[in-house]
Design a protein around this ligand. Structure first.
Ligand code: ADP
Ligand code: ADP
Length: 223
């Protein structure tokens, strides 16, 4: 479960990106966040794995408050798939990026290897495992970043524009993969059909605030 209470955030140049945002995402629930460019969507979701810390207000993930000292605990639970997969893939070989998280946590190597193969096959990336991530297509990079996050078994999964660069077939495949995950989810997307197909709740953000929220099928009915 995620609770966000009266969170505000300004960038160092003074841009106020979030004003008093409050939102609760119950365990197992999926919430879509939509809104114009610059509305504050990325700033909000980049808080959810501790990439940013709230400047005012409070965020908890599964009951743990998002504070600097809890950042590592939170990152084990909350996986963030960044808007730009290049921010997330930094090894010289795809496979090493996929096993980086579990290896870093000292997880069983045999289990990690089995899981890496399963996940890479799910995303059609197994044959590409020895390639440098920088040589993958944008869509393949996006799936690679996803695969690396899923290796950590996040109980909270946060996705920022997950369908950009995906062709219709891979977009469909992502919908089934995402819907099969047990995680509590938050998805930022301009792809309203994707939100409708994968989220139960929707929030509309505007100028750093939550302008409306409700059931996805009602809020998105006429859009
Ligand atoms: P969205 O994801 O909805 O497009 P963002 O969260 O990226 O919106 O941006 C919210 C506001 O914060 C915008 O006014 C944007 O220009 C500003 N902003 C985003 N990143 C930075 C940054 N690193 N420095 C200064 N301002 C930023
Ligand atoms: P910091 O410098 O803030 O400690 P790290 O780069 O060490 O950040 O990574 C922070 C967390 O993100 C770690 O717990 C790590 O497990 C996870 N992580 C980083 N990169 C990957 C990756 N490619 N795949 C899976 N998890 C990753």
């Amino acid at each position: 479960m995620i609770t966000i209470e009266q969170v505000s955030f300004s960038y160092p140049d003074g841009t106020r990106a979030l004003h008093d945002v409050s939102l609760t995402v119950l365990a197992g629930e999926s919430t879509g966040i939509v809104g114009a460019n610059g509305a504050g969507k990325s700033t909000l979701v980049n808080h959810l794995n501790g990439w940013y810390l709230p400047q005012t207000g409070k965020i908890t993930i599964n009951g743990v408050e998002l504070l600097k000292k809890n950042r590592e605990i939170i990152r084990k639970q909350a996986g963030l798939v960044f808007q730009n997969p290049d921010d997330q893939l930094f090894m010289s070989r795809l496979y090493d990026d996929i096993i980086f998280g579990p290896d870093n946590l000292g997880m069983n190597k045999q289990k990690t290897a089995e899981e890496a193969e399963r996940i890479l096959r799910d995303f059609d990336l197994w044959e590409l495992r020895d390639k440098p991530p920088s040589r993958l297509s944008q869509g393949q990079k996006r799936f690679a970043a996803f695969a690396a996050v899923l290796m950590m078994h996040p109980s909270v999964l946060v996705m920022d524009e997950p369908t950009s660069d995906l062709d219709p077939r891979n977009r469909k495949r992502l919908i089934s993969l995402v819907n099969a995950l047990p995680a509590t989810r938050v998805t930022v997307s301009h792809d309203l059909d994707f939100i409708r197909d994968t989220c139960s709740e929707v929030c509309i953000m505007s100028e750093g605030r939550i302008a409306a929220k409700g059931a996805a099928k009602e809020i998105l009915r006429d859009r």
